[in-house]
Design a protein around this ligand. Structure first.
Ligand code: GAR
Length: 212
């Protein structure tokens, strides 16, 4: 079996789709063993189904913004049962709490549509656009107890043009999200990410091409 990953989603699922497509094309050597959504209507669940991946809707009624209580326990149990070695947040709109973080310590990553530490939280593209930055981008990072504060794995800059809107900028950033997320997942699966305090060191690959 390829390296087993679990994906958490809440909505559109374009990052999940990019991951599944890269796997199908042989560009990413992992297996998505479970997708869990906290939203029954998430398009992401349909995408999982289209790709023949097990998708689960598990609601969390206790709280709107965090994964807590009974639901948190179910998420942990399901991923553990499936042997998940990396948890990938792909537009999952809840904060993870201690029990989940402990169960998958150092093995949870997120994609954020801005160059962290700028523009944390919701609507990052809009925040960056309204601030007037000339360069924004996207960030893949490990999850820690804070919101969008964990050690940074990869970042990609994306220019902001004069005639951009929040929408055109978001779409440009999204294309880059789709690329760097798979790259980060591949690096993790190869054991090539080493966290040293706040820094994530990428251990060089073995082929000449990767080293150049
Ligand atoms: C993506 O742009 C992702 O970066 C963002 O939500 C979108 C989900 O889209 N995540 C965050 O803002 C997390 N703070 P998707 O469902 O199409 O992948």
């Amino acid at each position: 079996m390829e390296f087993p990953i679990g994906v958490l989603v809440s909505g559109r699922g374009s990052n999940l789709e990019a991951i599944l497509l890269h796997i199908k094309e042989g560009k990413l050597n992992v297996e998505v063993v479970a997708v869990i959504s906290d939203n029954e209507d998430a398009r992401a669940l349909k995408i999982a189904e289209e790709y023949g991946v097990d998708g689960y809707y598990i609601p969390c009624i206790e709280k709107k913004t965090a994964l807590v209580g009974e639901a948190e326990r179910k998420y942990i149990e399901l991923f553990q049962k499936k042997g998940v070695k990396l948890v990938v947040l792909a537009g999952f709109m809840r904060i993870l709490k201690k029990d989940f973080l402990t169960a998958f310590k150092g093995r949870i990553i997120n994609i954020h549509p801005a160059l962290l530490p700028s523009f944390k939280g919701l609507n990052a593209q809009k925040q960056a656009f309204e601030y007037g930055v000339k360069i924004s981008g996207c960030t893949v990072h490990f999850i820690d107890e804070g919101v969008d504060t964990g050690p940074i794995i990869l970042q990609e800059p994306v220019p902001v043009f004069d005639d951009d809107s929040v929408d055109t900028l978001s779409r440009r950033i999204l294309k880059h999200e789709h690329e760097i997320y798979s790259r980060a997942i591949q690096l993790f699966s190869e054991g090539r990410l080493k966290i040293e305090d706040r820094r994530v060191r990428i251990i060089a690959g073995s082929t000449e091409e990767e080293r150049s």
